[in-house]
Design a protein around this ligand. Sequence first.
Ligand SMILES: C[S@@+](CC[C@H](N)C(=O)[O-])C[C@H]1O[C@@H](n2cnc3c(N)ncnc32)[C@H](O)[C@@H]1O
Length: 230
Amino acid sequence: VRAVRSYVRREGRITPAQVRALRELSGAYCLPPGPVSLGEAFGRHAPKIAEVGCGRGEVLLHLARCNPGNDYLGIEVYRPAIGHMLNQIAARRLSNVRILCADAVEVFERWGARERLDAVLIFFPDPWPKKRHHKRRLIKAEFLQSLAGVVHRHARIFVATDWADYAEQIAAIVAQSSALRSLGPAPRPRWRPVTSFESRALREGRAIAEFCLARAARPSGPSFADLAEL
Ligand SMILES: C[S@@+](CC[C@H](N)C(=O)[O-])C[C@H]1O[C@@H](n2cnc3c(N)ncnc32)[C@H](O)[C@@H]1O
């Protein structure tokens, strides 16, 4: 059992509409827990993009609407936000979005061996600013290791944070990682809408650090899947 999580389970304020959405729409749009089967989930071959901690879906749902040829998987633990997304998905009739109500760390550890993502988005992960809480930060060496195992060889992983010391920590972890590498200074992705977290950071004068990562040329020991791709 993992002792330190990157979130605290809290229900917060959940509206009756969100409760109803969770009850009535989960069956259509939420994936069951356990190993993920993307083919079954979306029922087609299309590029698959996952967003970790997608919150209320500001980025996920925007991208899904703009790119009907891609499939989008949102991974989030906060139920009110999931209820909100479910209502939006149904209202906009988006057929290319699925939600996993689960801890992304565990999801990637248990990922099905034949499932691979084309991109992973991690925007404004909880900064846990107090020093004694840094251990809760999502981006750690082990998390990057499991991320490398769930993406294609040519996949991109986009990360943004508005917390300077988290950005430094991410840069240091990536520099030491044998699983993922940085593709150099990354511009702000033009396709990312400005979320409430981003606009608050800008209002409060915090700079936003962007990362674009890829699988390291030589992941730690070739797996059978890597050999098959050569
Ligand atoms: C600061 S919010 C950012 C939300 C969104 N990415 C945005 O930019 O608007 C971070 C989100 O990550 C979620 N989260 C934290 N740890 C997670 C985990 N291990 N798995 C899935 N979601 C997680 C939180 O519930 C929260 O909604």
